[in-house]
Design a protein around this ligand. Sequence first.
Ligand code: AHR
Length: 349
Amino acid sequence: MKRFLILIVTAVLLCGCSDSKEDKKDKAPVKELITVGFSQVGAESDWRLAASESVQNALTAENGFNLIFDNAQQKQENQIKAVREFIDQNVDYIIIDPITEIGWDTTLQEAKDAAIPVIIVDRGVNIKDPSLYTAWIGSDFELEGERACAWLKSYLDAKGIHKRINIVDIQGTLDSSAQLGRTKALEEAADRYDNWIIIGQETGEFTKAKGKEVMENMLKSYGDAINVVYCENDNEAFGALEAIENTGRHVGSDLENGEILLVSFDATRAGLTLTLNGNIGVNIECNPDYGMKLVEMIHTLESGGSLPHDQYIEERIFSAEPMVNSVWVDGHTDKVVQLTQEIIDARSY
Ligand code: AHR
């Protein structure tokens, strides 16, 4: 199946009548759809649901696509199986949001051998031959982490807090680009600032349930010593918040009075609401809205054009804390968006 054909059969065709002038006018043309196999990570987070919706709303039959959507349920073996099935079906394009960065060389080579262009979205792949995929669009996860750490540093400086800061890192799915980039930025910041100590580090698998479980364990191990929890996504922050509140401790930015400061990523509607309430100190946006970008990318390829091999999607920094208005990251100043209810109301996810 190189192209999926749909025939909109008119009543005239069904009754087998001969072609009158009127009949010819009623016959709809044969519409050729582009078949795309999309292997999605899973449904582990609010962000992920928004990302799936963005793709499903964009790659529609009205827009000229026949989308085959596969949910890999956070298991790379499912994802590889799905991609192989797309190859067997001889789809026109394969889109992959890879669960982990590693383990892709063989499957991508199979797609290349079958002459099926592969677009990678959101997370990246770590492969020997970059020509195994046509294009990648996604987040700069390390920059996201750097932004979070730059905000934390500026906030602590603005408050004049120079004491030891004990940090718990609830990591994302291990070996995913989102985890690797965000963890790396935190570890580098902790190496840079003598008073930042990562006292606990464990994966919360980007879910609320696991985030809560990890936080409960950290509270048992470190109790009142914890100052900052670096949650590698919003759902983990939701779980961590519940675990902390269950012990009677408070989240917030008043570190001198025993509050635990939460840092989070994604900036979903629920995450931003907690940020506006002061439960999360800073929330770094991770943009899930790449559906229409994928449509444009495929149209470009269809018309014989070429795409940048790798491109980053735009993202922002949100906080309700007025003490830090901008942060210095990667050699330039990034604005911190002062959160308002209007911004949250405008959020679709
Ligand atoms: O790859 C993006 C990350 O994966 C998001 O931060 C997280 O919520 C998701 O599950």
